[in-house]
Ligand binder design. Sequence first.
Ligand code: MN
Length: 429
Amino acid sequence: MGEQVHTQPSFIAVDAGSHFPLQNLPWGVFNRKAGGRRRVGVRIGEWVVDMAVLQARGFFNGPCLQDTAVFDKPALNDFMALGRPAWQEARAALQALLAADTPTLRDDAELRTRVLHPLSEVTMHLPTVIGDYTDFYSSEYHAANVGQMFRPGDDPLPANWKHLPVGYHGRASSVVISGTQVVRPWGQVLDADESQPCLLPSAELDFELEVGFFVGPGNVLGQPIPIGQAEDHIFGLVLVNDWSARDIQRWEYRPLGPFLAKNFATSISPWVVTLEALAPFRIPGPAQNPAPLPYLQTANITYDIQLEVALQSPTMAAPHVICYTNYRHLYWNAAQQLAHHTLTGCNVRPGDLLASGTISGPAPGMFGSLLELAWRGTKPISVGQHETRTFLKDGDTVTISGWCQGAGYCVGFGQVEGKIVPAQAAIKE
Ligand code: MN
Protein backbone atom coordinates (compact mmCIF):
# COMPACT_ATOMS: atom_id res chain seq x y z
CA MET A 1 0.00 0.00 0.00
CA GLY A 2 3.11 2.20 -0.26
CA GLU A 3 1.69 4.70 -2.72
CA GLN A 4 -1.25 5.51 -0.47
CA VAL A 5 0.88 6.29 2.58
CA HIS A 6 2.29 9.73 3.12
CA THR A 7 5.70 8.83 4.45
CA GLN A 8 6.52 12.54 4.74
CA PRO A 9 6.02 13.31 8.42
CA SER A 10 4.47 16.46 9.76
CA PHE A 11 6.49 19.13 11.51
CA ILE A 12 4.11 18.49 14.40
CA ALA A 13 5.47 15.64 16.49
CA VAL A 14 3.10 12.67 16.62
CA ASP A 15 3.81 9.73 18.93
CA ALA A 16 4.33 6.33 17.33
CA GLY A 17 1.06 4.48 17.79
CA SER A 18 -1.00 7.68 17.93
CA HIS A 19 -4.43 7.35 16.32
CA PHE A 20 -3.95 10.78 14.76
CA PRO A 21 -0.94 11.07 12.43
CA LEU A 22 -0.87 13.15 9.23
CA GLN A 23 -2.53 10.23 7.38
CA ASN A 24 -5.70 10.57 9.48
CA LEU A 25 -6.77 14.22 9.93
CA PRO A 26 -10.26 13.59 11.36
CA TRP A 27 -12.88 16.33 11.75
CA GLY A 28 -14.62 17.61 14.84
CA VAL A 29 -16.20 20.62 16.55
CA PHE A 30 -14.53 22.30 19.52
CA ASN A 31 -14.31 25.45 21.53
CA ARG A 32 -11.46 26.67 23.67
CA LYS A 33 -11.86 26.19 27.40
CA ALA A 34 -10.60 29.75 27.76
CA GLY A 35 -13.64 30.93 25.80
CA GLY A 36 -14.81 31.47 22.27
CA ARG A 37 -17.47 30.01 20.08
CA ARG A 38 -17.72 26.52 18.65
CA ARG A 39 -15.99 25.94 15.34
CA VAL A 40 -14.56 23.23 13.13
CA GLY A 41 -11.22 21.62 13.95
CA VAL A 42 -9.00 18.84 12.62
CA ARG A 43 -6.90 16.71 14.92
CA ILE A 44 -3.20 15.89 14.50
CA GLY A 45 -1.35 14.21 17.36
CA GLU A 46 -2.30 16.03 20.56
CA TRP A 47 -3.28 19.23 18.71
CA VAL A 48 -6.42 20.68 17.19
CA VAL A 49 -6.04 22.67 13.98
CA ASP A 50 -8.40 25.67 14.03
CA MET A 51 -10.02 25.49 10.61
CA ALA A 52 -11.98 28.72 11.09
CA VAL A 53 -8.80 30.73 11.56
CA LEU A 54 -7.12 29.07 8.58
CA GLN A 55 -10.11 29.77 6.36
CA ALA A 56 -10.37 33.39 7.49
CA ARG A 57 -6.73 33.82 6.54
CA GLY A 58 -7.33 32.53 3.03
CA PHE A 59 -5.74 29.10 3.23
CA PHE A 60 -8.59 27.35 1.40
CA ASN A 61 -8.82 29.00 -2.00
CA GLY A 62 -9.56 25.98 -4.20
CA PRO A 63 -12.71 26.00 -6.35
CA CYS A 64 -14.95 24.21 -3.82
CA LEU A 65 -14.04 26.14 -0.67
CA GLN A 66 -12.92 29.62 -1.69
CA ASP A 67 -16.31 31.33 -1.43
CA THR A 68 -17.52 29.49 1.65
CA ALA A 69 -17.23 30.00 5.39
CA VAL A 70 -17.99 26.41 6.32
CA PHE A 71 -15.41 26.16 9.11
CA ASP A 72 -16.51 29.10 11.25
CA LYS A 73 -19.64 27.15 12.18
CA PRO A 74 -20.72 25.32 15.33
CA ALA A 75 -21.28 22.10 13.34
CA LEU A 76 -19.92 20.26 10.30
CA ASN A 77 -23.25 20.02 8.44
CA ASP A 78 -22.43 22.75 5.89
CA PHE A 79 -19.01 21.30 5.11
CA MET A 80 -20.44 17.79 4.84
CA ALA A 81 -23.09 19.09 2.41
CA LEU A 82 -20.41 20.25 -0.06
CA GLY A 83 -19.46 16.72 -1.07
CA ARG A 84 -16.32 14.73 -1.75
CA PRO A 85 -14.48 17.22 -4.04
CA ALA A 86 -14.59 19.82 -1.25
CA TRP A 87 -13.55 17.26 1.38
CA GLN A 88 -10.59 16.20 -0.75
CA GLU A 89 -9.64 19.80 -1.43
CA ALA A 90 -9.52 20.56 2.29
CA ARG A 91 -7.57 17.40 3.05
CA ALA A 92 -4.96 18.05 0.36
CA ALA A 93 -4.47 21.65 1.53
CA LEU A 94 -4.10 20.54 5.15
CA GLN A 95 -1.67 17.72 4.37
CA ALA A 96 0.48 20.19 2.42
CA LEU A 97 0.33 22.85 5.15
CA LEU A 98 1.23 20.40 7.94
CA ALA A 99 4.01 18.62 6.02
CA ALA A 100 7.51 18.76 7.51
CA ASP A 101 9.00 20.67 4.58
CA THR A 102 6.29 23.35 4.33
CA PRO A 103 7.47 26.50 6.17
CA THR A 104 4.20 28.51 6.03
CA LEU A 105 2.81 27.46 9.40
CA ARG A 106 5.92 25.71 10.71
CA ASP A 107 7.99 28.89 10.79
CA ASP A 108 5.29 31.43 11.72
CA ALA A 109 5.05 31.55 15.51
CA GLU A 110 2.14 34.01 15.55
CA LEU A 111 0.10 31.90 13.14
CA ARG A 112 0.90 28.68 15.01
CA THR A 113 -0.39 30.20 18.27
CA ARG A 114 -3.70 31.07 16.62
CA VAL A 115 -4.12 27.90 14.58
CA LEU A 116 -2.83 25.10 16.82
CA HIS A 117 -4.60 24.47 20.14
CA PRO A 118 -3.35 21.83 22.59
CA LEU A 119 -6.01 19.17 22.96
CA SER A 120 -5.98 19.74 26.72
CA GLU A 121 -7.19 23.31 26.18
CA VAL A 122 -10.31 22.51 24.15
CA THR A 123 -13.72 21.01 24.78
CA MET A 124 -15.16 18.74 22.11
CA HIS A 125 -18.82 18.88 21.04
CA LEU A 126 -21.12 16.88 18.79
CA PRO A 127 -19.69 17.08 15.25
CA THR A 128 -23.03 17.86 13.59
CA VAL A 129 -26.55 18.94 14.31
CA ILE A 130 -28.00 15.46 13.90
CA GLY A 131 -31.37 15.75 12.21
CA ASP A 132 -32.03 12.04 12.15
CA TYR A 133 -30.40 8.98 13.65
CA THR A 134 -30.97 5.47 12.32
CA ASP A 135 -29.63 2.26 13.79
CA PHE A 136 -29.15 -0.94 11.80
CA TYR A 137 -28.73 -4.56 12.88
CA SER A 138 -26.08 -5.60 10.40
CA SER A 139 -23.83 -8.09 12.24
CA GLU A 140 -24.85 -11.66 11.44
CA TYR A 141 -23.15 -12.99 14.58
CA HIS A 142 -25.02 -10.49 16.78
CA ALA A 143 -28.38 -11.12 15.13
CA ALA A 144 -27.90 -14.90 15.38
CA ASN A 145 -26.89 -14.67 19.06
CA VAL A 146 -29.94 -12.58 19.90
CA GLY A 147 -32.14 -14.94 17.89
CA GLN A 148 -30.85 -17.96 19.84
CA MET A 149 -31.49 -16.20 23.15
CA PHE A 150 -34.93 -14.76 22.45
CA ARG A 151 -36.37 -17.33 20.04
CA PRO A 152 -34.83 -20.66 21.06
CA GLY A 153 -35.74 -23.45 18.65
CA ASP A 154 -36.45 -21.10 15.75
CA ASP A 155 -34.02 -20.14 12.98
CA PRO A 156 -31.53 -17.78 14.67
CA LEU A 157 -31.93 -15.25 11.84
CA PRO A 158 -35.36 -13.85 10.88
CA ALA A 159 -36.42 -14.76 7.31
CA ASN A 160 -35.83 -11.21 6.04
CA TRP A 161 -32.36 -10.79 7.54
CA LYS A 162 -30.18 -11.82 4.57
CA HIS A 163 -32.39 -9.95 2.10
CA LEU A 164 -32.33 -6.47 3.62
CA PRO A 165 -30.37 -4.49 6.24
CA VAL A 166 -32.80 -4.50 9.17
CA GLY A 167 -32.93 -1.17 11.01
CA TYR A 168 -35.09 1.22 13.02
CA HIS A 169 -35.42 4.97 13.28
CA GLY A 170 -33.64 6.04 16.47
CA ARG A 171 -33.71 9.20 18.56
CA ALA A 172 -31.38 12.03 17.44
CA SER A 173 -32.02 14.33 20.41
CA SER A 174 -30.25 12.03 22.88
CA VAL A 175 -27.09 11.41 20.85
CA VAL A 176 -24.33 12.68 23.14
CA ILE A 177 -20.61 13.30 22.88
CA SER A 178 -18.08 10.98 24.51
CA GLY A 179 -17.63 11.73 28.21
CA THR A 180 -21.31 12.53 28.84
CA GLN A 181 -22.66 10.64 31.85
CA VAL A 182 -25.52 8.24 31.22
CA VAL A 183 -28.35 8.20 33.77
CA ARG A 184 -29.80 4.75 34.36
CA PRO A 185 -33.30 4.89 32.89
CA TRP A 186 -36.58 3.94 34.54
CA GLY A 187 -38.99 1.85 32.56
CA GLN A 188 -41.77 -0.70 32.47
CA VAL A 189 -40.48 -4.21 32.97
CA LEU A 190 -42.26 -7.55 33.29
CA ASP A 191 -40.53 -9.86 35.72
CA ALA A 192 -40.38 -13.53 34.74
CA ASP A 193 -42.93 -14.79 37.30
CA GLU A 194 -45.28 -11.80 37.20
CA SER A 195 -48.36 -11.14 35.10
CA GLN A 196 -48.34 -7.34 35.41
CA PRO A 197 -45.50 -4.94 34.57
CA CYS A 198 -43.95 -2.64 37.14
CA LEU A 199 -41.99 0.62 36.96
CA LEU A 200 -38.34 0.25 37.96
CA PRO A 201 -34.88 1.52 37.14
CA SER A 202 -33.55 -0.81 34.46
CA ALA A 203 -31.66 -3.74 35.99
CA GLU A 204 -30.30 -4.89 32.63
CA LEU A 205 -28.46 -1.84 31.33
CA ASP A 206 -26.10 -2.70 28.47
CA PHE A 207 -23.76 -1.16 25.91
CA GLU A 208 -23.71 -1.85 22.18
CA LEU A 209 -20.40 -1.63 20.30
CA GLU A 210 -21.16 0.04 16.97
CA VAL A 211 -19.62 2.21 14.26
CA GLY A 212 -21.72 4.91 12.62
CA PHE A 213 -21.34 7.09 9.55
CA PHE A 214 -22.29 10.69 8.87
CA VAL A 215 -24.22 11.54 5.72
CA GLY A 216 -22.62 14.12 3.43
CA PRO A 217 -24.84 15.46 0.64
CA GLY A 218 -28.42 14.31 1.10
CA ASN A 219 -31.00 13.26 -1.47
CA VAL A 220 -34.22 14.88 -2.64
CA LEU A 221 -37.40 13.45 -1.12
CA GLY A 222 -38.72 10.87 -3.56
CA GLN A 223 -35.36 10.11 -5.18
CA PRO A 224 -33.47 7.09 -3.79
CA ILE A 225 -29.67 7.04 -3.63
CA PRO A 226 -28.48 4.35 -6.08
CA ILE A 227 -26.03 1.92 -4.51
CA GLY A 228 -23.33 2.90 -7.01
CA GLN A 229 -23.46 6.48 -5.72
CA ALA A 230 -23.89 5.72 -2.03
CA GLU A 231 -20.25 6.24 -1.03
CA ASP A 232 -20.37 9.80 -2.40
CA HIS A 233 -22.98 10.50 0.29
CA ILE A 234 -20.82 9.17 3.16
CA PHE A 235 -18.48 11.68 4.85
CA GLY A 236 -16.84 9.54 7.51
CA LEU A 237 -17.17 7.25 10.51
CA VAL A 238 -17.34 7.52 14.31
CA LEU A 239 -17.50 5.02 17.17
CA VAL A 240 -20.98 4.57 18.64
CA ASN A 241 -22.22 3.15 21.94
CA ASP A 242 -25.94 2.51 21.57
CA TRP A 243 -26.83 2.11 25.26
CA SER A 244 -29.70 -0.35 25.70
CA ALA A 245 -31.98 -1.41 28.57
CA ARG A 246 -32.64 -5.08 27.89
CA ASP A 247 -35.42 -5.57 30.45
CA ILE A 248 -37.35 -2.60 29.07
CA GLN A 249 -36.66 -3.79 25.51
CA ARG A 250 -37.93 -7.32 26.15
CA TRP A 251 -41.34 -6.10 27.36
CA GLU A 252 -41.91 -3.24 24.90
CA TYR A 253 -40.43 -4.40 21.57
CA ARG A 254 -43.38 -6.24 20.10
CA PRO A 255 -44.66 -5.38 17.55
CA LEU A 256 -42.76 -2.24 16.44
CA GLY A 257 -39.24 -2.79 17.78
CA PRO A 258 -37.15 -0.88 20.33
CA PHE A 259 -38.54 2.37 21.75
CA LEU A 260 -37.66 3.57 25.28
CA ALA A 261 -35.04 0.81 25.67
CA LYS A 262 -32.74 2.75 23.35
CA ASN A 263 -33.92 6.37 23.37
CA PHE A 264 -32.23 7.66 26.56
CA ALA A 265 -28.64 7.98 25.29
CA THR A 266 -26.40 7.11 22.35
CA SER A 267 -22.74 8.13 22.76
CA ILE A 268 -20.38 8.92 19.88
CA SER A 269 -16.66 9.63 19.59
CA PRO A 270 -15.77 13.26 18.77
CA TRP A 271 -13.51 12.81 15.71
CA VAL A 272 -15.04 11.89 12.35
CA VAL A 273 -12.57 9.76 10.36
CA THR A 274 -13.04 10.27 6.62
CA LEU A 275 -13.32 7.59 3.95
CA GLU A 276 -10.14 9.09 2.45
CA ALA A 277 -8.20 8.33 5.65
CA LEU A 278 -9.72 4.83 5.74
CA ALA A 279 -8.98 4.08 2.06
CA PRO A 280 -5.76 2.07 2.75
CA PHE A 281 -7.82 -0.23 4.97
CA ARG A 282 -10.53 -1.19 2.48
CA ILE A 283 -11.00 -4.96 2.31
CA PRO A 284 -13.58 -7.31 0.74
CA GLY A 285 -16.69 -7.80 2.83
CA PRO A 286 -18.14 -11.22 3.72
CA ALA A 287 -19.74 -13.28 0.95
CA GLN A 288 -23.45 -12.56 0.69
CA ASN A 289 -25.65 -15.60 0.12
CA PRO A 290 -28.32 -15.43 -1.15
CA ALA A 291 -27.34 -12.65 -3.55
CA PRO A 292 -29.15 -9.47 -2.54
CA LEU A 293 -31.65 -7.84 -4.91
CA PRO A 294 -29.95 -5.70 -7.58
CA TYR A 295 -30.55 -2.40 -5.73
CA LEU A 296 -28.29 -3.75 -2.94
CA GLN A 297 -25.58 -5.25 -5.15
CA THR A 298 -22.24 -3.54 -4.82
CA ALA A 299 -18.50 -4.14 -4.86
CA ASN A 300 -18.95 -5.37 -1.27
CA ILE A 301 -16.18 -3.37 0.33
CA THR A 302 -15.70 -2.95 4.04
CA TYR A 303 -12.90 -1.70 6.33
CA ASP A 304 -10.42 -3.46 8.59
CA ILE A 305 -11.11 -1.53 11.81
CA GLN A 306 -10.04 -3.15 15.07
CA LEU A 307 -12.49 -2.56 17.91
CA GLU A 308 -12.17 -3.00 21.64
CA VAL A 309 -14.47 -2.48 24.65
CA ALA A 310 -13.15 -1.92 28.17
CA LEU A 311 -15.06 -1.65 31.45
CA GLN A 312 -13.90 0.02 34.64
CA SER A 313 -15.74 0.29 37.96
CA PRO A 314 -14.80 2.81 40.66
CA THR A 315 -12.94 0.09 42.59
CA MET A 316 -10.91 -1.18 39.62
CA ALA A 317 -7.39 0.21 39.21
CA ALA A 318 -7.49 -0.01 35.41
CA PRO A 319 -9.98 -0.65 32.60
CA HIS A 320 -10.54 -4.32 31.82
CA VAL A 321 -10.94 -5.31 28.15
CA ILE A 322 -14.08 -7.41 27.73
CA CYS A 323 -14.45 -7.51 23.93
CA TYR A 324 -12.13 -7.39 20.93
CA THR A 325 -13.65 -7.53 17.46
CA ASN A 326 -13.54 -5.91 14.02
CA TYR A 327 -15.77 -3.80 11.75
CA ARG A 328 -15.19 -6.42 9.01
CA HIS A 329 -17.65 -8.75 10.76
CA LEU A 330 -20.59 -6.69 9.52
CA TYR A 331 -22.62 -8.53 6.88
CA TRP A 332 -24.23 -5.42 5.33
CA ASN A 333 -21.94 -2.50 4.47
CA ALA A 334 -22.57 1.22 4.80
CA ALA A 335 -23.36 1.71 1.09
CA GLN A 336 -26.02 -1.00 1.28
CA GLN A 337 -27.48 0.54 4.43
CA LEU A 338 -27.79 3.93 2.76
CA ALA A 339 -29.23 2.56 -0.50
CA HIS A 340 -31.79 0.56 1.46
CA HIS A 341 -32.67 3.46 3.77
CA THR A 342 -33.51 5.69 0.78
CA LEU A 343 -35.13 3.02 -1.42
CA THR A 344 -38.58 4.44 -0.75
CA GLY A 345 -37.40 7.96 -1.54
CA CYS A 346 -36.86 8.75 2.14
CA ASN A 347 -34.50 11.73 2.24
CA VAL A 348 -31.36 11.77 4.33
CA ARG A 349 -29.71 15.10 5.12
CA PRO A 350 -26.15 16.32 5.72
CA GLY A 351 -25.06 15.42 9.24
CA ASP A 352 -27.51 12.54 9.72
CA LEU A 353 -26.09 9.61 11.67
CA LEU A 354 -26.55 6.00 10.56
CA ALA A 355 -25.11 3.35 12.89
CA SER A 356 -24.15 -0.22 12.10
CA GLY A 357 -25.84 -2.15 14.86
CA THR A 358 -23.92 -4.14 17.45
CA ILE A 359 -20.75 -5.58 15.93
CA SER A 360 -20.11 -9.10 17.18
CA GLY A 361 -17.53 -11.52 15.82
CA PRO A 362 -17.66 -15.33 15.66
CA ALA A 363 -16.10 -16.12 19.08
CA PRO A 364 -17.44 -15.31 22.59
CA GLY A 365 -14.67 -12.78 23.32
CA MET A 366 -15.77 -10.92 20.19
CA PHE A 367 -19.36 -10.21 21.24
CA GLY A 368 -20.25 -6.51 21.20
CA SER A 369 -22.75 -6.38 24.10
CA LEU A 370 -23.04 -7.69 27.65
CA LEU A 371 -26.28 -9.41 26.64
CA GLU A 372 -24.14 -11.72 24.50
CA LEU A 373 -20.91 -11.74 26.54
CA ALA A 374 -22.79 -12.91 29.65
CA TRP A 375 -25.38 -14.80 27.57
CA ARG A 376 -28.54 -13.13 28.88
CA GLY A 377 -27.25 -13.10 32.44
CA THR A 378 -26.51 -16.86 32.58
CA LYS A 379 -22.70 -16.64 32.30
CA PRO A 380 -21.33 -13.74 34.35
CA ILE A 381 -18.04 -12.47 32.94
CA SER A 382 -15.00 -11.63 34.99
CA VAL A 383 -13.96 -7.97 34.98
CA GLY A 384 -10.67 -7.50 36.74
CA GLN A 385 -9.66 -9.52 39.77
CA HIS A 386 -12.62 -9.25 42.08
CA GLU A 387 -15.71 -8.43 40.06
CA THR A 388 -18.10 -10.05 37.62
CA ARG A 389 -20.83 -8.57 35.43
CA THR A 390 -23.99 -9.68 33.73
CA PHE A 391 -25.16 -6.11 33.04
CA LEU A 392 -23.80 -2.65 33.89
CA LYS A 393 -23.69 -1.33 37.45
CA ASP A 394 -23.84 2.29 38.57
CA GLY A 395 -20.34 3.79 38.44
CA ASP A 396 -19.21 1.58 35.53
CA THR A 397 -17.37 3.38 32.74
CA VAL A 398 -17.52 1.78 29.29
CA THR A 399 -14.86 2.80 26.77
CA ILE A 400 -14.87 1.74 23.11
CA SER A 401 -11.70 2.19 21.07
CA GLY A 402 -11.15 1.69 17.33
CA TRP A 403 -8.17 1.86 15.01
CA CYS A 404 -6.72 0.69 11.69
CA GLN A 405 -3.17 -0.63 11.81
CA GLY A 406 -1.03 0.44 8.85
CA ALA A 407 2.62 -0.32 8.13
CA GLY A 408 4.33 1.80 10.76
CA TYR A 409 1.36 4.03 11.48
CA CYS A 410 -2.16 3.90 12.79
CA VAL A 411 -5.39 5.62 11.69
CA GLY A 412 -7.69 5.64 14.69
CA PHE A 413 -10.92 6.96 16.11
CA GLY A 414 -9.75 7.57 19.66
CA GLN A 415 -12.46 6.54 22.07
CA VAL A 416 -16.09 6.90 23.03
CA GLU A 417 -16.57 6.74 26.77
CA GLY A 418 -19.54 6.97 29.11
CA LYS A 419 -20.14 6.42 32.82
CA ILE A 420 -23.36 5.05 34.28
CA VAL A 421 -24.82 7.15 37.08
CA PRO A 422 -27.73 6.16 39.35
CA ALA A 423 -31.33 6.47 38.24
CA GLN A 424 -33.38 9.49 39.28
CA ALA A 425 -34.55 9.00 42.86
CA ALA A 426 -38.19 8.46 42.09
CA ILE A 427 -40.64 8.55 39.25
CA LYS A 428 -44.17 9.54 40.25
CA GLU A 429 -46.41 6.51 39.89
MN1 MN B 1 -27.98 -0.68 18.40
